[in-house]
Design a protein around this ligand. Structure first.
Ligand SMILES: [Fe+2]
Length: 383
């Protein structure tokens, strides 16, 4: 029987024409997701579950300017690890990738290739296979084109080198999976691009640089919003430590649930008997990291199961039957929003506790230093 090969599923976000990839070992079902998009997170989680994939990693090819990554949310929901190129300065990624680093999934591994030019940190990811292998090129190499080099530390000279000396040195049968396509094309091959890529085929470095420097493209529509968000793995800053600093008993309205409350206000309500606190983290998280003794545990999801806990609806309705409002706690305020929205759909007055138990990761990817229940000195215990 032939040895099985790594497989890839290509997914498309039509708003930004972005391709996301699930790359997996068909035997073990260990998987990696490359360049996931925030508004596709439900589609991606459904597919991951339907295929039974165990996604261990979310990788970024670079800090995108045209869409926001869902890597931070996927880490929260699936317990996966995030990795991004070191040169992109995405401080929230748990691993900072360097050239040549291997990211394994089952019997296979993707090799990180530093391919600067579109941005200084940009990487491509390569996995070998008997018949040619696959390379995920982000915006470095597109089908018959390449990413722009006129913003975000781009360099036409560097891109020429990355294309001709790194990517075009891969086996010609390697399938090219780009980060975008605006004309419905899905993939290409290294051999095809060496011959037919209009930007670079038959062009000297000087000609390529002149072309790239005269494209006069409009600024990407979402760059001012997307790049800062992507430097934070797509996690919104408003789950962070800033908003409640001056007014610790704060509340503000939210979409689809009763509101966001500061940890101090949530605790005040619990102590005064106005609210019940529900901890929606998994059993394992509470055991490892610590818990609030007064909170009732009701997991939103139990790792590694991707699906929402089938007991959640009945559990939250039972708690709400006490007639008090509900304040929901998770690790950093992501799952508690999802849980608050669900509870609200069930007619329950449910609030999200900002920052969660541990707060967002800081620039060194350590949690517990940027706010959160524990850092604010509110009561908790460890087993
Ligand atoms: Fe890009």
């Amino acid at each position: 029987m032939p040895k099985s090969q790594a497989q890839a599923i290509q997914l498309f976000d039509s708003h930004s024409s972005t391709y996301t990839y699930l790359v997996f070992d068909p035997d073990s079902l260990d998987a990696v997701i490359i360049d996931p998009v925030d508004n596709q997170i439900e589609r991606d989680q459904k597919l991951i579950q339907d295929k039974g994939l165990k996604v261990n990693w979310a990788l970024e090819t670079h800090a995108h300017a045209d869409h926001i990554t869902s890597a931070g949310l996927l880490a929260e929901h699936l317990g996966l690890k995030t990795a991004a190129p070191e040169g992109c300065h995405i401080g929230t990624a748990s691993v900072q990738l360097v050239d040549g680093q291997m990211i394994s999934f089952g019997a296979f591994a993707l090799k990180a290739l530093h391919t600067p030019g579109h941005t200084a940190g940009s990487m491509s990811f390569y996995v070998a296979a008997n018949e040619g292998g696959h390379v995920f090129t982000g915006d470095t190499l597109l089908i018959r084109g390449c990413g722009r080099t006129d913003f975000q530390s781009g360099s036409a000279e560097a891109l020429y080198h990355s294309l001709t000396e790194i990517l075009f040195k891969l086996p010609e049968g390697t399938t090219v999976w780009p980060g975008h396509d605006y004309q419905g094309r899905t993939h290409s091959s290294i051999g095809d691009e060496i011959k037919n890529n209009v930007r670079v085929a038959g062009q000297t470095k000087a000609q390529f640089v002149a072309t790239m420097n005269n494209l006069n493209l409009p600024k990407p529509r979402r760059i001012d919003e997307a790049v800062p968000a992507n430097l934070n793995s797509g996690l919104r800053q408003d789950a962070g430590g800033e908003p409640v600093r001056n007014d610790v008993l704060s509340i503000r309205p939210a979409d689809g649930y009763a509101g966001d409350v500061s940890p101090e206000l949530a605790w005040h309500w619990v102590q005064s008997g106005e609210a019940v606190m529900v901890d929606v983290r998994s059993d394992a998280e509470r055991a490892w990291v610590g818990f609030v003794p007064e909170a009732k545990p009701l997991a939103w999801k139990q790792w590694p199961v991707v699906d929402v806990n089938p007991e959640f609806d009945a559990g939250i309705q039972r708690i709400a039957a006490e007639g008090l409002k509900i304040v929901l706690l998770c690790r950093s305020g992501v799952r508690s929003v999802a849980a608050a929205q669900r509870a609200s759909q069930l007619g329950i007055e449910a609030f999200n506790i900002l920052e969660g138990f541990e707060g967002d990761p800081n620039a060194e990817a350590h949690r517990g230093k940027l706010g959160g229940w524990r850092m604010r000195g509110l009561p908790w215990r460890q087993n």
